[in-house]
Design a protein around this ligand. Sequence first.
Ligand SMILES: C[S@@+](CC[C@H](N)C(=O)[O-])C[C@H]1O[C@@H](n2cnc3c(N)ncnc32)[C@H](O)[C@@H]1O
Length: 199
Amino acid sequence: MVKNLEDIYYKEAKKRGLRSRSAFKLLEISKKFSIIKKGDIILDLGAAPGGWLQIARMLTGKNGKVIGVDISSIKPFPYDNIFIIRKDVRDPSLIEDIKKISGDQVDVILSDLAPKFSGFHNLDHMRQILLVKSALSIANFLLKKGGNMVIKIIMGSELNELLKEVNKNFKYVKLYKPKASRKHSSEIYLICKEWKGKS
Ligand SMILES: C[S@@+](CC[C@H](N)C(=O)[O-])C[C@H]1O[C@@H](n2cnc3c(N)ncnc32)[C@H](O)[C@@H]1O
């Protein structure tokens, strides 16, 4: 039954020309929590191969902009409002690169960042949390007051501390597991709304 559901998402992604089955996670999250609105400038961290970029562009429409960042290459899209930066999110020069495209601040930050998994859960969790911290420090420079953020988390011992930090920065925070997320995976998404402003 679970396997069938996963097959359905995979086949549906292929049918719709989506680059990842993960695309359905963002679609569900954004619709359920009203994350992205028309005309938004969206920053997508850990964007390869580009499934979330496709959904973000569909939701923001032709007047919005979507900026994807990944350490791996992303095949270009034939649209003039998707921008791709190939860089490590920990590279301090990234902020200026993004600002050249966004102007100043962005309305929404998406982070589906994940390290290459070693198979050792605690190690993978710790490495993923470090990536989340980089995403939050980017938000501190670039997310506009009142902006929204969606963050993938690999659950583990650091989750509670992270939740405390995120709760200080956003008015509304909720943990959510979308239907397209594999039942047995330890990933969950943090839905963060209304950034309180630079801390
Ligand atoms: C789960 S994938 C993202 C899938 C994407 N949301 C989609 O729908 O196509 C996680 C991505 O995080 C990227 N990543 C991991 N560490 C990174 C880093 N330090 N800087 C930038 N990207 C990184 C990986 O290269 C990988 O492409």
